[in-house]
Design a protein around this ligand. Structure first.
Ligand code: UFG
Length: 358
């Protein structure tokens, strides 16, 4: 599909008759924009709402775009009044573990308080389906891996706390108001759109894989390895990296499940395989054919040593299975994006021409 052309179609691109619109809050972000692409590929109508604080207008390749903040009740009411929205994907959040340790109030405000406005507006307009982007950070330092959804949630950083609190709010709204929700607890989102249209572009970039790849593109950069004294085989933290396209696909299945009358639920989203920081750096070196410059430093506060998902439940209940199981394939799609967009979306030819999509 030629998205550049599609996004120049009139704003009200019509999808399947009788299917309402999906409102994607935070759809200009890294994960959100890949979900938007997938939802559009499925012919659904989308409205993306994003404050563009960390997202990029250029990342939203089609559908209707509205700039705004979910803290603004008035604009939310207007959107729900003006559009026939029947489900919401809520992705808008601050999402950096380390940052949340330094500025917890920002996290509680943006990830919890503002989310209440969204829920209030939804319920007022009888919109009762939400797919919520939750996180592996709710588990804290789990005693058993792979982690199952019934593992006790004991977050060790404010970011994880905010995601857990919001899940509890969703459950209360289910009981009180009949909200139907699916909460997806992502493990480490990675990779980029295989078509090369969109990818990860954070300022500043703190995530491991883009930091490693960008160190190859920006002279003089070294990748800090945060802690080499963890109780893991090579002393560095272990994470479960899941491709962004697999995450996007899970949102489609979650929407379909909610429309098909499935009850509310919580699912992990991961590959079920753990890789240490050093293993990631090694694999990036293999994929790119270059040596990655590194510097070993102290631990980053708030980092759990090991997070590996069991995604058995979502496979069994929603039929979701990761297509990008190999770490090298995940890193290869990320490398393609960074190599062709060394300045992120600022490398985009459309932006260079001074005209964004409308
Ligand atoms: N790391 C480094 N050097 C870096 C960047 C990261 O050593 O330059 C390490 C971190 O200490 C951590 C691992 O690489 O051990 C992964 O770090 P990321 O910053 O890439 O990701 P996080 O695990 O901190 O967090 C991500 C998302 C969260 C989500 C979590 C779920 O940002 O929103 O995955 O596992 F909750």
């Amino acid at each position: 599909m030629d998205y550049n052309r599609q996004s120049l179609l009139p704003l009200e691109f019509t999808g399947e008759p009788g299917v309402g619109k999906v409102l994607i809050i935070g759809g200009a972000g890294y994960i959100g924009s890949h979900i938007v692409k997938r939802v559009l590929e499925r012919g659904m109508q989308t409205i993306v709402f994003d404050n563009l604080q960390t997202g990029h207008r250029e990342a939203v390749i089609g559908g209707t775009f509205i700039q705004g903040d979910i803290g603004d009740e008035r604009i939310l009411q207007e959107i729900f009044a003006a559009h026939e929205i029947d489900s919401v994907i809520h992705m808008a959040a601050d999402c950096l573990v380390g940052d949340s340790m330094k500025d917890p109030l920002k996290y509680f405000n943006n990830n919890v308080s503002k989310g209440l406005n969204l829920l209030g507006a939804m319920l007022k307009h009888n919109v009762n389906k939400m797919v919520f982007s939750s996180s592996a950070a709710v588990y804290g330092n789990p005693t058993r891996v792979p982690i199952e959804e019934d593992s006790p949630p004991l977050p060790v950083n404010p970011y994880g706390e905010t995601k857990l609190i919001f899940e509890k709010i969703l459950e209360s709204c289910k009981v009180a108001h009949g909200l139907q929700y699916i909460s997806l607890r992502y493990f480490n989102a990675a990779g980029a759109d295989p078509d090369g249209l969109i990818g990860e572009d954070h300022h500043p970039e703190t995530h491991l894989i883009p930091t490693v790849l960008m160190a190859l593109l920006k002279k003089g950069r070294k990748v800090p390895i945060y802690g080499t004294d963890y109780d893991t085989p090579d002393g560095t933290c272990i994470r479960d990296y899941i491709h962004i396209v697999d995450i996007a696909e899970a949102h489609i299945l979650a929407l379909e499940a909610l429309h098909g009358g499935e009850g509310s639920d919580i699912f992990n989203l991961g590959n079920g395989k753990g890789f240490s920081v050093k293993q990631i750096i090694q694999m990036a070196s293999t994929v790119t054919g270059r040596t990655i410059p590194v510097i070993e430093t102290q631990r980053r506060p708030g980092d759990p040593p090991i997070l590996i998902a069991s995604s058995e439940k979502i496979g069994r209940k929603l039929g979701w299975f990761p297509r990008y199981e190999k770490l090298e394939d995940i890193i290869a799609t990320a490398w393609r994006w960074h190599r062709t967009h060394p300045h992120g979306f600022r490398s985009s030819s459309l932006k260079k021409g001074g005209k964004g999509w409308t």
